[in-house]
Write a protein that binds this ligand. Structure first.
Ligand code: NDP
Length: 335
């Protein structure tokens, strides 16, 4: 039998954690032949919820689930870990300044990075879901000097999937036939969902849209007034309609991110926030969303895509926000 993969989940007692656990244990994340061991990390207030979820996992009798353990100590939870899903984070509460939020999260992601550095497996892959995700990933990576920076990523797959869903509905094509969408920049309201290279069942999406919206100017207007804000503000829309946050889709996107990172992207590129190597003018070292292929278990930034002035300005605006966040955590001594 295959050796189990150790998956460490932080915030395991929270909502996204609850939605993630059952899909990980069912094999949706790592495939139907890969047994998993789950290490659940929580802070003291979250431990009972994580323990309760562990009982339910036992009751689900997943054949692929080899073991579940609940921890309140990061070093123990990351020991031997192959995959780390960093979901637990300090939410922004009323009256909290951005600096307070960044430093509260620095106090979580710095020590977790150090624990990963100290004890995770050599092939550790990390995805940060807890916000501000890109900068939390940067902080964790900075505290893990022995782990290649490429192993620290942040989730923009939910934004990517939201863009796919919107496009599929707009051009009336099954979502599985849409390719070539990119989320650039920060997982925040400044993100840029880019459809310039998108295709629907092989046809150019901008071409299809131009036919319906009265040419390229109509497409541009739709992008600025409808599509981009719809994708970027979808989280708020879900809260308004559903009465609570987008937990199921966030968990699903996390599953997709890890699945593709480990098992590849045969259907073309997807989006993930990865450490920049300077591609597309994004300063080296920032954790920014790019078009990425997964090749031999590693993300590679897709090269050579044309970026027009419209896209360039939007990417630059989101990257400027990432630079500000980086400078803020640097001045707080968190890097
Ligand atoms: P959720 O499980 O709903 O969310 C967890 C994190 O995911 C938040 O930072 C949230 O950001 C972020 N997130 C990213 N994308 C989305 C999305 N689409 N929709 C909603 N959230 C998104 O939060 P809970 O409060 O239910 O659970 C958090 C758990 O983490 C708690 O049990 C807490 O005890 C634990 N925790 C654990 C830590 C640890 O293990 N060391 C450290 C800190 C907390 P946003 O706030 O912007 O919505």
């Amino acid at each position: 039998a295959k050796k189990p993969i150790t998956v460490t989940l932080t915030g395991a007692g929270g909502q996204i954690g609850y939605a993630l656990l059952f899909r990980i244990a069912s094999g949706a994340m790592l495939g139907p032949d890969t047994p998993v061991r789950l290490n659940l990390l929580e802070i003291p207030q979250g431990l009972r919820a994580a323990e309760g979820a562990a009982l339910e996992l036992q009751d689900s009798a997943f054949p692929l689930l080899s073991h579940v353990e609940v921890y309140d100590d990061a070093n123990a939870a990351f020991a031997g870990s192959n995959i780390a899903l960093l979901v637990g984070a300090r939410p922004r509460t009323a009256g909290m300044e951005r600096g307070d939020l960044l430093s509260a999260n620095g106090g979580i992601f710095g020590p977790q990075g150090a624990a990963i550095n100290a004890g995770a497996a050599d092939d550790i892959r990390v995805v940060v879901v807890g916000n501000p995700a890109n900068t939390n990933a940067l902080i964790a990576s900075a505290h893990a000097p022995d782990v290649p920076a490429e192993r620290f990523t942040a989730l923009t797959r939910l934004d990517h999937n939201r863009a796919l869903g919107q496009l599929a509905a707009t051009v009336d094509t099954p979502v599985g036939d849409i390719r070539g969408v990119t989320i650039w920049g920060n997982h925040s309201a400044t993100q840029f969902p880019d459809i310039a290279h998108a295709t629907a069942a092989g046809d150019s999406v901008p071409g299809l849209l131009a036919g319906r919206l009265g040419g390229p100017d109509g497409v541009r207007e739709w992008l600025v007034d409808e599509f981009i804000p719809r994708v970027a503000k979808r989280g708020a829309e879900i809260i308004e309609v559903r009465g609570s946050s987008s937990v199921g889709s966030a968990a699903s996107a996390t599953i997709d991110h890890v699945h593709d990172w480990v098992l590849g992207t045969p259907d073309g590129w997807t989006s993930a926030a990865v450490v920049s190597d300077g591609s597309y003018g994004v300063p080296e070292g920032l954790v920014s969303s790019f078009p990425v292929d997964s090749v031999d278990g590693a993300w590679r930034i897709r090269q050579g895509l044309e970026v027009d002035d419209f896209a360039r300005r939007r990417i630059e605006a989101s990257v400027a926000e990432l630079v500000e966040e980086r400078d803020a955590v640097r001045s707080l001594g968190l890097l």
